[in-house]
Design a binder for this molecule. Structure first.
Ligand SMILES: *[C@@H]1O[C@H](CO)[C@@H](O)[C@H](O)[C@H]1NC(C)=O
Ligand SMILES: *[C@@H]1O[C@H](CO)[C@@H](O)[C@H](O)[C@H]1NC(C)=O
Ligand SMILES: *[C@@H]1O[C@H](CO)[C@@H](O)[C@H](O)[C@H]1NC(C)=O
Ligand SMILES: *[C@@H]1O[C@H](CO)[C@@H](O)[C@H](O)[C@H]1NC(C)=O
Ligand SMILES: *[C@@H]1O[C@H](CO)[C@@H](O)[C@H](O)[C@H]1NC(C)=O
Ligand SMILES: *[C@@H]1O[C@H](CO)[C@@H](O)[C@H](O)[C@H]1NC(C)=O
Length: 492
């Protein structure tokens, strides 16, 4: 109240001061005082006014005129005093005061409410503290039971609501209470001191997700990864569908040949590919191309084209920049340095049967088949003493000496092709014009034979050559002039 008054009075003072003329200044001040007093103490107005009257008019000298009339001049101090304005202000002040009092009562009401809320909060705090102190432990079961009960109630009431037509006030009331109960239970749950419930629930949801994950994993088995060059896996599990890379660089009439990727143990990441179509009669291994990237291979951009005079059959293999091949019409195996374009060595392979005697089924002139795996260089062939069955020899890649030899019991002309992988021989046979089967294994580390059934789809009738690359763990297959590639999955 005080502030309003002061502000109002100051306002009026300024109005009055402005309104007063300069000549009236002196005599004005009492009036202003009166006004101010009037405004501040409305009830005393009359008395103060009367009290002030004598002071208003100064002693003035009068005179008599010719007709005996008394004349005197009275100096009226301020003819411009805004009496009306003052009255208006008075009214405004009154309404403002009323307004203020109203507001004040509202504030009082609010503060009372706030006090009530504070009390409620205090009560709640005390309740929560009480719960915490007494370690009220609600088990999940308690809450679950409560929830079951509530949901049962909810269901019943919902049924009731639909059946009771008309006066269903009580039902509505129960319905509301159940809703409140649900909220209450949820609140109680959130008060659980150790958050055990939520943790348990998280665990359950995690377990469920794990279970789902496991189930989906069982449906689509993610092939395990084994780093290139490693043999920590349990052997070949499956092969992918063939990727048709392209037709060989000499064209579709060059149906016989081989292709693959170089493996250099000292530089296992190195990318070098070779493509070696035989002459169209399927006997001579003569020209081949070297590509230094897969893109170059696709774009017909060879790093070299080389000529050998002559190799025989489609059993050649590139290992550490050396092309190993069967020297035509001899018992010799030879090594050819592709970078320096020269034959390094040619040496007889003991006991080898030559002259297309025990070549693969459907593939002529492949008496000697070179293979490269994680362990190095191998040669697959047949001998008279082993009765045409496959003989595996591990070679010294620099001297071409046989380090070790294994005699299998698998007749070479009954298999369509073979390759080595982690010291295990895998042999294929033809099932149809579009399917080949990897069916036979020979583990050189144990001397054990085995039988598997891994189906290899093919694009054309005959697989002329299969080379395994330890670098990218893929199979490179020369299929009647087309270059196919297969991804491999391994067992654990
Ligand atoms: C008015 O004037 C008369 C005579 O001059 C004097 O006696 C009287 O006291 C004056 N009154 C006032 C209020 O000044
Ligand atoms: C707070 O608790 C006291 C005692 O338990 C009770 O009398 C009072 O009504 C409660 N106040 C409110 C606002 O709930
Ligand atoms: C439900 O809770 C609200 C708010 O707490 C309250 O206003 C209402 O009266 C309660 N209803 C019943 C049926 O208890
Ligand atoms: C997933 O497969 C494994 C082994 O085959 C089996 O032990 C497990 O029970 C299977 N899990 C599911 C959820 O089917
Ligand atoms: C082997 O791979 C082929 C081609 O991806 C697939 O169709 C087949 O189901 C696989 N076989 C097994 C036993 O995983
Ligand atoms: C190959 O023979 C050479 C010369 O005898 C020898 O130094 C090298 O270690 C042998 N390599 C293998 C893999 O046996």
């Amino acid at each position: 109240m005080k502030h309003t008054q002061v502000a109002l009075l100051l306002l009026m003072l300024s109005v009055i001061t402005q309104a007063s003329t300069t000549e009236a200044t002196t005599s004005m001040s009492p009036l202003i005082d009166t006004t101010l007093q009037y405004l501040s103490q409305p009830r005393e107005t009359t008395a103060s006014h009367l009290r002030m009257t004598p002071e208003l008019f100064a002693n003035v000298s009068g005179s008599l005129d010719d007709h005996g009339n008394c004349q005197c001049s009275v100096y009226l101090p301020d003819t411009t005093f805004p009496v009306q304005k003052a009255e208006q202000l008075q009214v405004i002040a009154t309404t403002l005061v009323e307004k203020f009092e109203r507001e004040l009562s509202v504030v009082k009401e609010y503060s009372e409410r706030i006090e009530l809320y504070q009390q409620k909060i205090l009560n709640l705090t005390i309740r929560v503290e009480h719960m915490e102190k007494n370690s009220v432990s609600y088990t999940e079961l308690d809450f679950q039971l409560l929830k079951v009960e509530i949901s049962d109630l909810d269901r019943l009431v919902t049924q009731l609501k639909s059946t009771v037509v008309g006066s269903n006030v009580i039902v509505d009331q129960i319905y509301l209470e159940i809703r409140n109960l649900t909220i209450l239970v949820n609140e109680l749950e959130s008060l659980d001191k150790n958050n055990i419930l939520s943790i348990r629930r998280q665990i359950v949801s995690l377990q469920n997700r794990l279970k789902e994950c496991e189930e989906s994993r069982n449906q689509t088995t993610v092939p395990p990864y084994f780093p290139p060059g490693s043999c920590i896996h349990g052997g070949l599990l499956n092969v992918s569908q063939p990727y048709v890379v392209k037709l060989n660089w000499r064209g579709s009439s060059y149906k016989y040949g081989s292709w693959g990727r170089d493996y250099s143990p000292s530089d296992p990441e190195r990318e070098v590919y070779w493509v070696a179509p035989l002459t169209t009669d399927g006997i001579y291994f003569e020209y081949f191309r070297i590509y230094k990237t897969f893109d170059d291979l696709l774009l017909f951009k060879p790093m070299y084209e080389r000529r050998i005079t002559y190799g025989q059959g489609s059993g050649a293999a590139l290992y550490n920049n050396i092309m190993y091949y069967h020297a035509y019409s001899s018992r010799n195996i030879a090594m050819y340095d592709i970078a320096n374009n020269k034959v390094l060595l040619s040496k007889a392979l003991p006991d080898v049967a030559i002259g297309n005697r025990f070549s693969y089924a459907g593939v002529s002139w492949q008496d000697i088949d070179f293979a490269v795996d994680e362990n190095g260089l191998w040669v697959l062939y047949s001998t008279e003493t082993n009765m045409g069955n496959i003989v595996i020899s591990k070679l010294n890649e620099t001297t071409l000496d046989v380090i070790n030899t294994w005699q299998t019991r698998q007749y070479k002309p009954s298999v369509s092709n073979a390759f080595m992988l982690c010291g295990v021989l895998y042999a294929t046979r033809t099932l149809s014009t579009r399917k080949e089967e990897i069916f036979y294994t020979y583990d050189t580390s144990t001397g054990q034979e085995g039988h598997v059934s891994i189906i290899m789809d093919k694009k054309l009738d005959t697989i002329q050559g299969i080379s395994y690359s330890p670098t990218d763990q893929k199979l490179y297959v020369y299929n009647d002039g087309y270059l196919l590639r297969y991804d491999i999955t391994f067992r654990h």
